[in-house]
Design a protein around this ligand. Structure first.
Ligand code: NAD
Length: 265
């Protein structure tokens, strides 16, 4: 069976990589693209630097979803929430890579997952997903004497901070400590902050150049420090993971899935 795939955020940096990845993946067909109003009519092949495909970007989510098996969404948080609502109406499965969703937007995705299958990941790389498992294990093993700090660096165009992946690493570490991340996080520091609260999980954000995505989880304890680092060299790792997720989700019942489920971690 051929899985008919559409890309939301098709004209973006990830959207172009995704189009190229779908076109080279057997068992898939690239059938539609969605982008912001005003960016209609761009051929998905051409903007990915390949031969024209005859499939062009549109701006109407309902028209985009018609005739799709799976939509892969790497757009903006507000657009993702609207797409999740629309997809639960049409029964279209979703793969969501967009980060920076607020509480209401996250709830829209969770609500949609009651009627459709959704795989959401802040990072589609296999290495990062292993790092999440390791961070949880290390946090559990070392215990609260070890201070956890998460450092991330991304390209200068990124609009949200800390990165979705940094927060996912923090969430994994908090889980290792048996607590919700929201009870422990310190997302930025400025001025006279006072001492580090016991058990806090701190975040530090760097932005510059074309860095695709670097993340380090630091466990700083009495007399020693353990660091786990992942560096993404190329965005194609995210596109590969997302297209793999689209093939995987195509046969799944309603629910909210993650890369853990796909990778069997
Ligand atoms: P980008 O700004 O290059 O692309 C976003 C695209 O979304 C743009 O083309 C924009 O026009 C489009 N868009 C805006 N409003 C829209 C709407 N209403 N409907 C449809 N499309 C709309 O950004 P990017 O670097 O491609 O990243 C996109 C998202 O994916 C970000 O949230 C980023 O953090 C995330 N991301 C996730 C992963 C992962 O592995 N999960 C990897 C890389 C990026």
């Amino acid at each position: 069976m051929t899985v008919r795939i559409g890309i939301a955020g098709a004209a973006g940096r990830m959207g172009r990589m995704l189009a190229a990845e779908v076109l080279r993946t057997p068992g898939t067909a690239l059938v539609a693209g969605l982008d912001a109003p005003g960016s209609e009519g761009q051929d998905l092949g051409t903007i990915a630097g390949l031969a024209p495909t005859g499939v062009t970007t549109g701006a109407d989510p309902a028209a985009f979803l018609a005739g799709l098996d799976v939509a892969i969404d790497f757009s903006t948080a507000a657009a993702t929430a609207r797409l999740a609502d629309a997809a639960s109406g049409t029964g279209t499965r979703l793969v969501i890579g967009t980060t920076g969703l607020d509480t209401a937007e996250t709830e829209a995705v969770e609500r949609a997952a009651q009627t459709i299958a959704i795989l959401r990941a802040a990072n589609f790389s296999v290495g990062v997903n292993l790092l999440l498992g390791l961070a949880e294990q290390v946090a559990r093993t070392l215990g609260p004497e070890y201070d956890i700090e998460i450092l991330e660096m991304h390209h200068r165009l990124k609009i949200d901070a800390p990165s979705g992946t940094a927060l996912a690493i923090g969430r994994a570490a908090a889980q290792g400590r048996g607590q919700p991340l929201e009870a422990l996080w310190v997302k930025s520091r400025d001025g006279l902050t006072g001492q580090r609260p016991d058990g806090a999980i701190g975040f530090a954000t760097l932005r510059g150049g074309g860095v695709v995505g670097d993340h380090t989880a630091i466990f700083a304890g009495p007399g020693e420090q353990l660091e786990l680092t992942h560096k993404a060299a190329d965005r194609s790792i995210f596109a590969r993971g997302a297209v793999r997720a689209a093939l995987w989700i195509a046969g799944r019942p309603a629910g909210l899935y993650g890369m853990k489920d796909l990778l069997g971690l």
